[in-house]
Design a protein around this ligand. Sequence first.
Ligand code: SF4
Length: 416
Amino acid sequence: MHALSESSLRPLSYREVVAKYPEVPHFIILKIDVQRRGVTYTEAALTQADPARHMLQARSIFHSIGEKESLVPVSLLLRDGTSILSGPRPNATDPYVVDFIDGRLVLTDHGEVLEEVEYWLKPDFYDRLTSSGKPMWQVATPRPQRLDINPYAYCHYWDDGKGCKYCNIAAHYNKERRLNNKPLRLDPRDAYESVREAIRQPGRFLTVGMTCGSILGDGELFAEEVDIYIETLQAIGENFTTRRFPSQLVASAFSLEQLQRIHEQTGLLTYTSDIEVLDEEKFNWICPGKAVRPGYREWKRRLVDAVGIFGRGYVNTGIVGGVETAKPHGFATEEDGLRATLEEAEDLASKGVSTVYCVWVPITGSVFHKQQAPSLEYFVRLAQGLDSIRRYYGLLVDMDNYRICGNHPDTDLSRI
Ligand code: SF4
């Protein structure tokens, strides 16, 4: 094991981390650091963004690109197929820069050229309209090989201000509703038609991902959320001839009965429910709504229940990697945060639940927007740790691998 360089005066730079961890491909280290620090584009790079070929517009529950403002590339692809979900980062203070130099699009850091990049290519269905007149790019957000559907645009943990402190969904929804008339609910028929058109393109898409904010309801917890997912999954499922279709639901922690209902009534293949922070005390502080309904231990118990329904290798949980070090109540040292996170991830893996992480970005619109993410080295070791745990317990990562998702450095590592 490598010790984190916390005792040194400054965190290691990208080049230093690459040198210290030769077993980790530099593509993955670069992906992490671009997400950590953000990215901007020179004028020369933007002239290479072609609206006829590249994705310059996207609408998700956490951010929108190209709704009315000037068009920028939605995200980046590295030479080995590694995706960088770059997203908008208006508060980035030291971003990487994409430039166009000597006929190549390149990622640069303070003028140093590091790697070639490509902009994500636009799929065929992108500019088509549904029969109700909606642009399909607003209904199904494409990644290089996955379609993302958001049936509901808000999270009701924010009703009493108890949303997760790193999350901007409420601020984003309120802004988009005001500026772009963004609907709260997606019409399942629009989802059906957009998926129908998307999968006509041979070889482009591998799977359909679906997520929305949590809907708590007045009666049985999450009952309405379950109903919305069932309705949307059934509509999308009409496009497939097989009983189950390639799909991932990223949703609240449903009860055993709710999970059984989804499994029986839809063609859903895999289930994810994000625990977000793998430590009960930190979770209670960072995710105060989830801490009460249904609570940390119950969230984990429900994940294990889901393995009994969907099967080993078909259930995982996401964490917001690094947020466990947020101030003032997070882990005091990166070493402590890493140890605690990996211990609990191992416990879940021993019960058949895999853990994947996204890089924590202290994003505008979240409570934590002025915080600082941990060091690049922390994220590299987190990726190594989660990958090692999965290998030890023989857990497949295909439900969330670099092609299907592309937003988890640890599953990028699992392809090797
Ligand atoms: S559950 Fe937390 S992370 Fe998920 S949408 Fe709601 S506030 Fe955001």
